[in-house]
Ligand binder design. Structure first.
Ligand code: MG
Ligand code: ZN
Length: 184
């Protein structure tokens, strides 16, 4: 049997977006994320982080720094008794035209293969429209959780979104509750 998955964006969704996060000590998880991901795991979802990290191509931080940040993230989730199933990142610059930088779907395709995922039963959860776009392209349901301090700006540009999320949540836990009420 295939697995259902939640694909989750990292910066601005799991943790405060400090723009090119380069230090584990600056990793700050949003309230409700640990509890929310725990609920998803308990409901049988694989939880997979998919993140654009062009800071590597830009020379702002190294793969080692990124790996240290992800170790910190895993540790913070462990406090909620959560093991992430996968973390996939794109290290490229937008000008590289790679197929893995969201809204492209290379990382999703890899995760779907490696975790035997049924995409029709899966969800993409992120703070940006490009997350919604990537989720739509692979055929998952999509939930937008705008970053709290960007919320008004993002919602005011609804006409320019280009992609319509299946649901726009107030916060992370709101997204989780909607997903669990609306299982595909
Ligand atoms: Mg983000
Ligand atoms: Zn890439």
């Amino acid at each position: 049997m295939k697995n259902r998955a939640i694909f989750i964006d990292r910066d601005g969704t799991i943790n405060l977006d400090v723009h090119y996060l380069d230090d584990p000590d600056k990793f700050e998880m949003y309230p409700g994320v640990g509890e929310g991901v725990k609920k998803l795991k308990d409901s049988g979802f694989k939880v997979i982080v998919i993140t654009n990290q062009s800071g590597i191509a830009r020379g702002y931080f190294t793969e080692k720094q990124l790996s240290d940040i992800h170790e910190r993230m895993k540790k913070e989730f462990q406090e909620f008794d959560v093991m992430l199933d996968g973390i996939y990142y794109c290290p490229h610059h937008p000008d590289d035209n790679c197929n893995c930088r969201k809204p492209n779907t290379g990382l999703f395709e890899k995760a779907i293969r490696e975790h035997n995922i049924d995409v029709k039963k899966s969800y993409m959860l992120g703070d940006k429209i490009l997350d919604v776009g990537a989720g739509k392209k692979i055929g998952a349901r999509t939930v937008l959780v705008p970053e709290p301090n960007m919320r008004e700006e993002i919602l005011s540009k609804k006409k320019e979104w280009g992609y319509n999320p299946d649901y726009t949540a107030d916060d992370f836990m709101g997204a989780v509750k909607w997903i669990l009420r609306n299982l595909a």
